[in-house]
Write a protein that binds this ligand. Structure first.
Ligand SMILES: [Fe+2]
Length: 238
């Protein structure tokens, strides 16, 4: 899998094991060591890939205490960004409160693959309040070529067309016969400015790795336009 990713042009991977319950916070303490072991194995095999620590965490209020307690669940271990695993069905009731409290604590939540979730598939507008308050979004590369069905594919393209996503990620779980997904995903985005593709695949992940803030998108128009008018409606801060 490491070799596939290198072939696809990836230089660094955030390893993001799932953290689903309160009990998993204690287990996450082993992530740092496991990441080191994997890095050593890659280095020994001359796979030119850097592994960074992380987790994909189910939204629960206990995250705040877990971060305070030093459990290594933030991306890059910097306590600056946390990847929230959105369930595919309804969003958890606490998502609003949790994102507010994380932001107040100086931790930026990143919503994992919103295009795959029922509320976003129903209406893109549900993302707006989160984006407005500074929550970031990550789209799965696999969504763009239909790996998760037509609706996720459509929403993935729309979110990227409006430049709402701050990250494009492979979300890879195992070696795939489909090859390196990030490169495949990028190849699906021919209409988008190269500068934006660079931001979501290189610059923004690099900022997260360094524990720095990702520049916020400037949303001039906060209503989702009618379905056919997605392109070119949203202006970005230069
Ligand atoms: Fe996920």
């Amino acid at each position: 899998m490491g070799r596939q990713e290198v072939e696809g042009g990836t230089t660094t991977i955030f390893a993001t094991p799932h953290v689903y319950t309160n009990a998993d916070f204690a287990k996450s303490d082993s992530f740092v060591e496991r990441v080191c072991e994997l890095q050593e194995a890659f280095d020994a095999e001359e796979v030119g890939l850097k592994i960074a620590q992380g987790a994909e965490v189910f939204p629960m209020m206990e995250i705040i205490d877990a971060l305070d307690a030093g459990h290594p669940i933030s991306l890059g271990g910097k306590k600056k960004h946390i990847l929230l695993d959105l369930p595919l069905g309804q969003s958890p009731m606490i998502l609003d409160k949790l994102t507010f409290e994380l932001l107040a604590a100086g931790v930026t939540p990143i919503l994992a693959h919103p295009e795959r979730t029922a509320p976003v598939q129903e209406s893109l507008e549900v993302l707006i309040p989160f984006l407005e308050r500074g929550v970031l979004c990550q789209v799965n590369a696999g969504s763009l070529f239909g790996k998760y069905g037509p609706q996720a594919q459509k929403r993935g393209h729309e979110i990227l067309s409006m430049q709402w996503a701050a990250f494009l990620a492979s979300d890879k779980h195992r070696p795939s016969s489909k090859g390196p997904m990030l490169r495949y995903g990028k190849s699906q985005l021919v209409g988008l400015p190269g500068e934006y593709l660079e931001e979501i695949t290189v610059r923004n992940p690099g900022l997260v790795l360094a524990g720095k803030s990702v520049p916020q998108i400037d949303y001039d128009i906060l209503k989702v336009p009618k379905e056919k008018k997605f392109l070119g409606i949203f202006k970005r801060r230069s």
